[in-house]
Each structure stands twice: as structure tokens, then as C-alpha cells.
Design a protein around this ligand. Sequence first.
Ligand SMILES: [Zn+2]
Length: 104
Amino acid sequence: MSVRDPRAAAETVRVAIRKLLSGRALTALEISGQVGIPHKAVDEHLEHLQRSSAHRGERFVVEAASCLGCHYEFNDRQRLGRPSRCPKCKGERIDPPRFRIEAA
Ligand SMILES: [Zn+2]
């Protein structure tokens, strides 16, 4: 398996992210810093891990983003990225979602 193979490289990144998220919750920005990949690339890896977690006997947990202004929680959100604006108070100071992986 060559590291130049993009599929193998993506798999290596996902293994690193899975290790990071075992036992602690991190934001996409924290994951990007620790794994050394662009912030924008993190969501796609997280979506992949979320889809495949059941096959591995794991549970992918999303701790919802919340608004720092009115404490609104984005519990119904399907997308994993950080919301830009609060639907309730229209504030833009959002505490981003955090992700962790547990054994099911
Ligand atoms: Zn708000």
C-alpha cells in the first residue's frame, strides 16, 4: 500500500482521527490542527467515519453546536459543519459541534 495512493492516504487520516476521537470530543478545528489536514477537509472524513461507524461496532457521537448568545442548541442539524448563524437570535458567535467515537 503506497502512501501516494490517495485512497490509502485518506484511510490513514481517518485512522488518526478515530484514535483522536476515542474517549474525548474535539471540534473540526482541533482535529485539523492535530492531524495536520486543512479545516475544510475534516468534515468529509467525519462524514465517512459516521457512515462506517456501525460496521465497526462504534457509535459516532455529535455534541451539538450551541449559540453563545442565547444558548440555542443545534440538535436537529444533519450536516456536520459549523453553523454560521443562530436561527433564534441571529447571533454569529457559535460554539462549534464536537465529535467523539465510542464503542457501541
Ligand atoms: Zn442565539
